[in-house]
Design a binder for this molecule. Sequence first.
Ligand SMILES: CC(C)(COP(=O)(O)OP(=O)(O)OC[C@H]1O[C@@H](n2cnc3c(N)ncnc32)[C@H](O)[C@@H]1OP(=O)(O)O)[C@@H](O)C(=O)NCCC(=O)NCCS
Length: 182
Amino acid sequence: MALLVVPNTRFHHSFISAVTEFGDARMDGAGSVNGAELTALADEEAFERLVISLVRDQQEDAPRAASFVPATSLWMVNDDELVGFLQVRHRLTPFLLEQGGHIGYSVRPSERRQGYASAALTESLGVAAGLGIEQVLLVCDEENIGSRTVIERAGGVYEDSRAGKRRYWIPTGYPNNSQLFH
Ligand SMILES: CC(C)(COP(=O)(O)OP(=O)(O)OC[C@H]1O[C@@H](n2cnc3c(N)ncnc32)[C@H](O)[C@@H]1OP(=O)(O)O)[C@@H](O)C(=O)NCCC(=O)NCCS
């Protein structure tokens, strides 16, 4: 079964518990999800607005900050419970080329070390291929052993380190591996 799904309001309950678990920690790949707005997001309508804006962000003409690019936000799920976040940015900006990369992800703390990030990263390569990206850039902090292992196991080819970040490239398999999410 596919691990990555398009954000959907049916994950409201596990979304709230996942974001609560992150606390103040960064939620890489969560897009505009902001733990500081957790109380407001308990409201079903506010959550629906968030889901709509996340899904819409893959469109070129969606509203966003000038320095941001369109991105496909996906949620990692298991047994219909949200276990993590992943985002594929559609192209690189100067900042993403140095510090962010094409793909960001995070797994909720209680669900780590079960292979979710590895499986999600592999699956997301098809998403990137579907966007016409031939190779994706992945970036992690030098000391982020978990993410570094995930990237290297997925076939990441180390290019260099810049400002404390390790930079890797992974071929997506484009055009054969293309996978579309709606
Ligand atoms: C990094 C992160 C995404 C890994 O998610 P995960 O689902 O636990 O990763 P996986 O289970 O696929 O891990 C694959 C391998 O990486 C290594 N690994 C993962 N987390 C590790 C950790 N904290 N310390 C050491 N090795 C780790 C292990 O070798 C693991 O395989 P194993 O459990 O069979 O030994 C998760 O720890 C996280 O969300 N961290 C905070 C956000 C973040 O750093 N995101 C990445 C930004 S670049």
